[in-house]
Design a protein around this ligand. Structure first.
Ligand code: FMN
Length: 320
C-alpha cells in the first residue's frame, strides 16, 4: 500500500504517504469502497460524513459508517453538525473508536444539512467555525481538520475560513473549489485553491474536477496544494489511485476488482444488502454509458449471489 518512501506531508504529527486521496462521498465511500481505493493507493481513508446527533443518540448507523481496519490508517472520521458543543461531544465519543484524525464537514450543500447551519451552512457563521475548532483542538487528542467550499454564494469567504481553521488549531484544510450555489455545476476554481494554499501554513488538499491521472500533477503544480482529493472520477475509475486511466485498466484487473469489491460488500453488509449496494458500482466499473438499457436493468435486478457474479462476468466478456 505504501509505495512512497517519504511522506508527502504531515497532518500535525501523522505522516501521509501519497498525494491522491479518495473524497468522502455519502452513499459511496463506504467501507468496501474506501478500503478498496486505499488498497489501490489512496493516501488515507476518509469516512462518509456522519451526523453528530446520530452519534449522540447512540444509533447503530455511525459505527457502521465509521468502520475501519488497522491497515487503512491514517483513518479520518468526518462529522457534521451545527452546534459546536454537540460536535465536541460527538467527536469525544467517536475518538474512543480510534480514528487517526477527525474532520468537520463544512461543504455539504444539501438543503437538509446546509439550511440548518451544518455543512456549508457553517461557512455563513465564521464565529461558529472558530468556536468549533477552538473547542475540538483543545479537547481532542487527535488532529482536527476541515473540508470547506469557496463559500455560500458569490460572497466567497474561503480565505477567511481557512485562516480561522488554522488559527483555531486545525491541522489541515481540504477545499472543494465551488460555492454552495454552484453545487456541482461549472468548473472548480483552482485559483482559489492556490489562494488558500498561500494563505495558510497547514497542509491543503485541493478538490474538484480531478478526472484523469495527469490532473493530479496538474492541480498540484497549478495550486501548490499538498495533495488532491478525487470524488466522482474515482467511482468509475478507482484505479486512478494506482495511477491508471480507465482505458489503461486491463480486463483482468476490472474483473478482479469486481470480484474483490463484491466480496467486501457481502462481508460487510451480508449477502442481500451487499449485492444490492454493490450494483451501483458495478454499472460504473462496466462503463455505464456503453451498456444497453436492458443490460443495466438486468444488473440492477435482485438475484442470487452466484448468478449475479456470473452475469457480471458475461456482461464484462461482451463489453471488454
Ligand atoms: C454523491 C456524493 C456524496 C458526497 N458526500 C460527501 C460527504 O459525505 N462529505 C464531504 O465532505 N463531501 C461529500 N461530497 C463532495 C466530494 O467529497 C467532493 O468534494 C466533490 O464531489 C468534488 O470533487 P470531484 O470533482 O472530484 O467529484 C459528495 C459528493 C458526491 C458526488
Amino acid at each position: 500500500m505504501n509505495k512512497h518512501s517519504s511522506p508527502a506531508f504531515y497532518v500535525r504529527d501523522i505522516p501521509i504517504y501519497g498525494d491522491a486521496i479518495l473524497a468522502p462521498m455519502d452513499g459511496y465511500s463506504d467501507w468496501p469502497f474506501r478500503s478498496l481505493c486505499r488498497e489501490f493507493g489512496s493516501a488515507m481513508s476518509y469516512s462518509e460524513f456522519v451526523q453528530v446527533e446520530k452519534i449522540l443518540s447512540k444509533s447503530k448507523q455511525p459505527a457502521k459508517k465509521l468502520y475501519y481496519q488497522e491497515v487503512e490508517r491514517p483513518v479520518t472520521f468526518q462529522l457534521y453538525g451545527d452546534d459546536p458543543n454537540k460536535i465536541l461531544e460527538a467527536a469525544l465519543r467517536v475518538q474512543d473508536w480510534g480514528p487517526s484524525i477527525i474532520d468537520i464537514n463544512m461543504g455539504c450543500p444539501a438543503k437538509s444539512v446546509s439550511h440548518r447551519g451544518a455543512g456549508v451552512g457553517m461557512m455563513k457563521s465564521p464565529l461558529k467555525i472558530a468556536r468549533t475548532f477552538t473547542k475540538l483542538s483543545a479537547k481532542l487528542k487527535v488532529p482536527v481538520t476541515g473540508k470547506i467550499r469557496l463559500g455560500w454564494d458569490g460572497n466567497k469567504n474561503y480565505k477567511l475560513i481557512a485562516r480561522i481553521v488554522e488559527e483555531c488549531g486545525g491541522s489541515l484544510i481540504a477545499i472543494h473549489g465551488r460555492t454552495k450555489e454552484q453545487s456541482y455545476s461549472g468548473n472548480a476554481d483552482w485559483d482559489a485553491i492556490a489562494e488558500v494554499k498561500a494563505a495558510v501554513k497547514i497542509p491543503v488538499i485541493g478538490n474538484g474536477d480531478v478526472k484523469r491521472v495527469e490532473d493530479i500533477e496538474k492541480m498540484k503544480r497549478y495550486t501548490g496544494c499538498d495533495a488532491v482529493m478525487i470524488g466522482r472520477a474515482a467511482l468509475a475509475n478507482p484505479w486512478i489511485f494506482a495511477r491508471l486511466d480507465r482505458e489503461q485498466v486491463s480486463p483482468e484487473l476490472v474483473k478482479q476488482t469486481i470480484h474483490n469489491h463484491l466480496a467486501k460488500s457481502i462481508e460487510f453488509y451480508g449477502d442481500e444488502d451487499g449485492q444490492r449496494l454493490f450494483r451501483k458500482y458495478a454499472v460504473q466499473y462496466l462503463l455505464l454509458k456503453t451498456l444497453t438499457r436492458e443490460t443495466r436493468k438486468q444488473i440492477l435486478k435482485p438475484m442470487p449471489s452466484g448468478e449475479f457474479l456470473e452475469l457480471l462476468d458475461q456482461v464484462y466478456a461482451a463489453t471488454a
